[in-house]
Design a protein around this ligand. Structure first.
Ligand code: FO1
Length: 308
């Protein structure tokens, strides 16, 4: 089965890992949000691509939900003693990724070439690509004005009230050619919208010119897994953002946000009461992915949904 998955960071990476266990590596393409990317300390940081990379390589830090496991922090400690910025933490092992990515980008490689090189070096089977090789930067409008995404997310710990989101540069961004090619391929059997934050992880991907049209034109069913369980996000600010943007935090609101793109949405079994408020097909399943078995079971269910 040929499967295309759209993903942000931690929640998306869990389902992507599950999919990697049930779809042959050559048949799975994962498209990552790059709206969270930024330059920090002179380095090119790509959080969602790296969260996916570490999860698929079995190197993810499950306590933090980002960065590497078995991490040490000598660089940050030393930076702090020098009076350098310590609000965004780069672990020693993680640092090597940012330094090497920056070196390769400066030498003329594209972000997707760098990503392919890293994934191959770490022995990851499926392919992962950025939504675009062109820079797109998510920005957040709060009461105090526009904030860069990582300033909002990490620097201010998502505390500012979100009024609006913008994806700076997106109008000039070209979708990764392999993303469009996968959507146009006659053998594509499923598009999976992973349980990532719709506003800051999936909508930047959908905002790249041509992507929504290509999704509408593709023959495969589009199946989303809701990131909301019982009105709460498993991790991160999705529910808070929904409230601030005038929605009731729910899977029904997620489905409404994706609108007519969706063929099916998978809700947590406990949220059956929301099904009536949703226009597309609704399936129920345990969507909280704590163990590898949970991730694999949900991935299987998504693929079964695509077949029927
Ligand atoms: N998130 C934090 O909450 N604090 C951090 O210091 C932090 C550092 C960091 C370093 C590398 C990386 O790839 C991700 C990092 N994240 C950190 C996570 C990241 O900012 C967000 O989780 C995503 O951008 C949202 O998906």
């Amino acid at each position: 089965m040929t499967v295309l998955a759209l993903s942000g960071g931690v929640g998306g990476a869990k389902l992507a890992l599950g999919l990697s266990h049930v779809v042959p590596a050559a048949d799975l393409l994962i498209v990552a949000n790059t709206g969270d990317d930024f330059d920090h300390l002179g380095l090119s940081v790509s959080p969602d691509l790296d969260t996916l990379m570490y999860a698929l390589a079995g190197l993810d830090n499950q306590t933090l939900g980002w960065g590497r496991r078995d991490e040490t922090w000598s660089f940050m400690e030393t930076l702090g003693t020098l009076g350098g910025p310590s609000w965004f933490r780069l672990g020693d092992r993680d640092l090597a990724v940012h330094v090497e990515r920056t070196r390769r980008l400066r030498a003329g490689e594209t972000l997707s070439q760098v990503t392919a090189g890293f994934w191959q070096a770490l022995g990851i089977g499926p392919r992962g690509i950025p939504m675009s090789d062109d820079p797109v930067r998510t920005r957040v409008l709060s009461e105090t004005g526009w904030l860069d995404f990582q300033d909002y997310f990490v620097g201010q710990q998502c505390k500012p009230v979100v009024r609006e989101l913008a994806f700076h540069g997106v109008e000039h961004a070209r979708p990764h050619p392999d993303f469009l090619a996968a959507l146009a391929a006659p053998d594509l059997e499923a598009v999976v919208i992973c349980p990532s934050n719709p506003f800051i992880s999936i909508e930047p991907i959908l905002a790249v010119p041509g992507v929504r049209d290509a999704l509408r034109a593709c023959n495969a069913p589009i199946i989303a897994v809701s990131p909301i369980i019982a009105g709460q996000a498993v991790k991160g600010p999705t529910a808070k953002m929904m409230q601030e943007l005038g929605m009731i935090p729910s899977s029904a609101a997620v489905a409404a946000r994706y609108g007519d793109l969706l063929d099916t949405i998978i809700l947590d079994s406990g949220d059956a009461a929301e099904a009536d408020a949703i226009d597309c097909r609704v399936l129920l399943a345990p969507t909280l992915m704590k163990t590898l078995d949970d991730k694999i079971a949900l991935a299987r269910l998504v693929l079964d949904a695509a077949r029927t």
